[in-house]
Design a protein. Structure first.
Length: 180
């Protein structure tokens, strides 16, 4: 169990920060609060296209229908200078992961890159763990599907992935060892 008084700091990252990362942020934050797991969560996008926009209304609807509070949220773009402030940076797709790694490299921010069991015995480098969100998925890996171009069912499918990943993510966090 994580006994450090400082909460684990987690950043969720998608394209525009109005659908996937915002949904994952809300669900992780609310689930952790209910479980008494100390985390500090935020979300951002790799793009600035949606900067300042609220959560997509379709994402808000599926969150609300599933019993989650809808965050008062404004989209923002992730910055290279902030990456070192996070313990865990979770990318929704491989494209997002590569963009985050390039940002970290340009900023000179050292980072770790995997949640796989093989890494647990190695001495980690300092800096955030930057990896795929679905590295925590008990049913698979790869990209979290982007619901933006789809309809209600696409948002429900994305919600299901996030709800499946969240308990495993929180279990990993509560065991400690993710801090930079």
């Amino acid at each position: 169990m994580n006994t450090d008084a400082r909460p684990t700091r987690i950043l969720m990252v998608c394209t525009g920060n109005i659908c996937r990362s915002t949904m994952a942020h809300a669900i992780a934050e609310q689930s952790a609060a209910r479980a008494g797991i100390p985390i500090l969560v935020d979300s951002a996008g790799v793009s600035d296209e949606e900067r300042g926009n609220p959560i997509d209304p379709r994402a808000a609807r599926v969150l609300r229908d599933a019993g989650y509070d809808v965050p008062d949220h404004r989209a923002r773009q992730v910055s290279a200078s902030e990456l070192g402030q996070w313990d865990l940076v979770l990318a929704m797709t491989g494209r997002h992961l590569r963009a985050l790694q390039r940002l970290a490299d340009r900023a000179g921010t050292p980072y770790r890159g995997s949640l796989t069991p093989a890494d647990k015995g190695q001495e980690p480098t300092r800096g955030p763990l930057i990896c795929m969100y679905r590295d925590c998925d008990p049913e698979g890996s790869g990209d979290v599907p982007d619901p933006w171009y789809g309809g209600h069912q696409d948002f429900l499918d994305t919600l299901k992935v996030i709800e499946r990943v969240t308990p495993r993510l929180l279990s990993i966090v509560s065991q400690g060892g993710l801090r930079s």
